[in-house]
Write a protein that binds this ligand. Structure first.
Ligand code: MG
Length: 389
């Protein structure tokens, strides 16, 4: 089998509550008529989606003529092309991710097996999800608690809320210190949610790397009695020793990783004891095989993996195959509760999320396809759709 063409399409919509749900899809064609589609992240509002597309097309020449079953060789060849620009840097590593996922989709379809079987089989049939929640009124602990209870009522056993941008008591736009008023408000919000859902629901809190070390330590110590599932990115992602300092300061579980990519960056986190839980984004971190390498590396440090996820059903199912195949999976994010067209974008075993779980597909390949008719109506900023072979 030989790769004959590589095409890319950027799909998505601006959402009122975020920078946008924008995904880059790469479709790889072969001389045997089997095609694979992989999804990768477009990098949020900092990128347009087209930067990832350009990065994929920049390595297309290395893919044409290759046997997709040589997926590890292809990955290494592509990775080395990026060495002078930094092969763990966005958007290059996002491009590698989409390509690797498309190759796994091809291999599964050609062999008529779901992707998890190519990874050594599965530990579980269903992937437990947590709901990323956005409460309407950021000033009111009651609205946070009500939102949490609404989601628990839908079957979720874990929820996550943001507390870094409440609009209350912020001292300064550029200083990451949390003053007494803001800290008191943040603690009221978290306590309100915990009181609302009780201690038998997992509660994660995201800080988006917006606090400095003393503020993060104060927060981590203050929430100790609330037994969080984790406190996420309490300080910015770049300085691993600063995060390790926060982690060492309390018994609160510290999680990081949505802005770290490949096994090399996670190895740093593990050896410097900077996190208790990791949350690589599997549409960004390097691809299906690299995600499994990261998870296996984490397992050697007895660290669970709880991926960040803002993907379409296709990218999310790709993640589910990896998470089914490793022992140390904890929980996967669902960020799509407020996207009404999320299920319609893809074809597979919809609805893709039921009672707080996503069932790992038994269909060949990733097991979820783009709904071509609908996807063509959702092109991002005038992009064009796959032309076919
Ligand atoms: Mg986060």
């Amino acid at each position: 089998m030989k790769i004959t063409d590589v095409q890319v399409s950027v799909i998505g919509r601006q959402e009122p509550w975020s920078g946008g749900s924008v995904w880059t899809f790469v479709r790889i064609y072969t001389d045997e008529g089997v095609t694979g589609t992989g999804e990768c992240n477009s990098g949020g509002p900092g990128f347009t989606g087209f930067a990832t597309k350009e990065a994929i097309l920049a390595v297309k020449d290395l893919l044409i003529g290759e046997d997709p079953f040589n997926v590890n060789l292809i990955y290494e060849k592509l990775r080395r092309r990026g060495r002078y620009g930094g092969s763990t840097n966005a958007p290059f590593v996002f491009a590698l991710t989409g390509i690797d996922n498309a190759l796994y989709d091809i291999m599964g379809k050609a062999l008529n097996v779901p992707v998890y079987k190519l990874l050594g089989g599965k530990f579980r049939d269903k992937i437990r999800l947590y709901a990323d929640c956005h409460a309407g009124d950021e000033e009111d602990p009651q609205s946070y608690a009500e939102k949490a209870l609404e989601v628990v009522g839908m079957g979720f056993s874990a929820v996550k809320f943001d507390v870094d941008n409440t609009g209350i008591g912020k001292l300064d736009e550029y200083n990451w210190s949390v003053g007494a008023k803001e800290m008191s408000h943040i603690l009221r919000l978290i306590e309100g949610i915990r009181k609302g859902v009780g201690f038998e629901i997992d509660l994660a809190i995201d800080c988006h790397g917006q606090f400095d070390v003393p503020s993060a330590i104060t927060l981590a110590k203050a929430v100790e009695p609330l037994r969080l599932l984790w406190l996420e990115e309490p300080v910015p992602a770049e300085n691993i020793d600063a995060l390790a300092q926060v982690k060492a300061s309390s018994s609160t579980v510290i999680c990081t990783g949505e802005n770290q990519y490949t096994r090399f960056e996670f190895l740093e986190i593990f050896t410097r004891k900077a996190a208790d839980v990791i949350m690589p984004d599997l549409a960004k971190a390097g691809g299906i095989a690299e995600a499994k390498r990261i998870a296996d590396l984490a397992d050697a440090f007895y660290i669970p993996i709880a991926p960040h996820n803002v993907s379409s059903p296709l990218g999310m199912m790709a993640a589910c195959h990896v998470l089914a195949s490793v022992p140390n999976f904890l929980v996967l994010e669902l960020h799509a509760l407020e996207i009404p067209w999320w299920n319609e974008l893809c074809i597979g075993d919809a609805p893709f999320v039921k009672d707080g779980y996503m069932t790992v597909s038994e269909r060949p390949g990733i097991g979820v396809e783009l709904n071509d008719d609908f996807a063509q109506t959702m092109l991002w900023n005038g992009d064009s759709y796959f032309k076919g072979q």
